[in-house]
Design a protein around this ligand. Sequence first.
Ligand code: ADP
Ligand code: MG
Length: 698
Amino acid sequence: MTTESIMHNQYEIRGMDCADCARHVEQEIQKLEGIRSVQVNFVTGKMQISSRQPITEQLIQKAVNRAGYALHTPTPQPDNDKSLLPILLAGLFILLGMSAVYIFSLPRFGIPLYILGIVTGGYKIARQGSREAAQFRLGMNFLMTLAVIGAMIIGDWLEGAAVIFLFAIAQYLEGRTMEKARHSIEKLLNQKPRLANVIMNHQTIPVPVEEVQIGQLLAVKPGELIPVDGKIEEGQSFIDQSSLTGESQPVALGEGDHVYGGTLNQNGYLEILAERLFVDSTFSKIVDLVVEAQSQKAHQQNVIDRFALYYTPVVIVLAVLIAAIPPLFFHAPFLTWFYRALVILVIACPCALVISTPVTIISGLTAAMRRGILIKGGTYLENFSRVQVMAFDKTGTLTEGKFQVQHVYPSGKQTLEQVLMIAASLENKSDHPIARLICSEAERYHLHTAEVSNFWSLDGQGIEGMINNHRYIVGNHNLFEQRNLCQPELHELLSTIEDKNHTAVLVGNQHTVLGVISIADSVRSDALPTIRQLKEQGIRRMVMLTGDNHRTAEAVARELYLDDYAAELLPAEKVEVIQKLKREFNKIAMVGDGVNDAPALACADIGIAMGACGSDAAIETADIALLEDNLSKLAVLRRISRMTMNLIGQNIVIALGLKIVFLLLAVLGLATLWMAVFADMGASLLVIFNGLRVLNPH
Ligand code: ADP
Ligand code: MG
């Protein structure tokens, strides 16, 4: 057996000022030995490398340097690259030159001052441009350098200087705006707890959160972040969980309640028993997923990247043809057409186009995360805007999952307590919403649950296990029918329970039913408004899939005006329904709570898990996780995803449209060099600003 281990590493790159840069870095890294994949995100500056063998940081550093950038090292250093001073100096020289020529009629001072402007503003661009040229890359700096050299050859010194100045200032602005986009993401991740106060021998000792061990007791004062996931041993407080769930309303928690690392303890003193290491805590998992999501390219982006690959060479060939053909074949003046070719060179960089999508997608992901919606990649954001059909799990998703026991019907010689005790003993080991209810009901009766062995979950319909060498089963009617354990006398009772839209939980042994517990769940108060909103937002069909009985299912489906429902489904049958829907409709999303519906979540184009905070399984299987147990987040998600896609569309039109307009203007001789730079860089800024708008969806 060959075990190939893949290593994943993440780096940060400084100084990338053009979306094309990311691709060049990727190309350089790809050349290293043992690289499996590399992804550089221009917006976040993060680079993810998977490799088959360890690669030293020096090698990576060198490759990044070859592409013209540097790896970010943790020691902060002043960012001279973006310094405004040379740009301002260039502007000053140009202004002086223009005043000399046009105001003071001293034309001989013009050219030297313009040259000074070109040198101060442009030496960095030229340096970067020559690097690009040395690697046969058609980068933006190279194109600009070429255009300015061309302008100088023609003798258009002022124009050359203006091009440099505009380009430099636009790049500076672009860097600043991207910084803003980056910052909004980092703010999200910055609420990382750093220290934990471990209680040992009646003393508290501060240790880094990474070193907290499971089972240690931690002291958390008011205003402090909770270090790791754990259970409150002592004290009560309001906890602000907005960093994880997006819910700004703090929740009141006390002894026995679970708390998450990275959430804020507002006002009480708490002692918390660490239940997870920091790396395994929900906070760390979410941060990892968010970082990974950002480096995944959406489908749109791949299309654009491929387009960009051909765009530049095509435009350059066009520029050469425009400079050559009219003078050669039509006796047109060479200088005129050479100038027009230079204008075309300026717009040969697909920058605005290449930035337009990632900026918008990352803003969309950030906007969602701020509202407690964790999306695992741009693709899902993109796909969710196209979803036509949504399938919902019932229990715990459309309903609260907070059941109430209506009645316990012991049969034969059993007592109510015996039935409850057996049920609760088994349910102790289950995490189904029904299980939680039955256990707390048993506690209410002060019943002691028994030790259970050979515990088994029965296909999403119930559970079984051994108590004192006797086998017991707890589950729904279907399950008992399948095992021939149901007596006809029970049918009348079961019908009356179902007629009230309650759910019957049967408790039995190997031979017979020992009792029936009738329970009821209520529909979430936000279910109906959410379903309505989703309809308005263009979801064509909404269906409910449930393992519960037909009558209860029908009642819920009717109450919520759902288009259809399917009941008494096993987890595998839920998958079949999803597959059928997939054949009929374009994109389908499944919403569930991760209990018994993980296979269906995985099968749908987009699996959405509800109330995923704290449930690793749900966070891991789902493509999108609603961290808070709140159905209305679905409408928010739809809004963000549609707005993101709209803005991407707008951005592509802006970026491409401006290029096409300028191409025509250039050929007709109506565009000047500095206008082209203005439009080109203006387009970049415009798409960035437009993309950032999704951070505040309306
Ligand atoms: P839904 O599809 O509505 O979310 P589930 O698939 O979670 O419902 O469960 C389907 C049915 O199976 C429940 O209505 C219940 O009758 C039965 N069931 C599943 N797990 C358990 C359990 N741990 N204890 C008792 N009944 C269970
Ligand atoms: Mg469920």
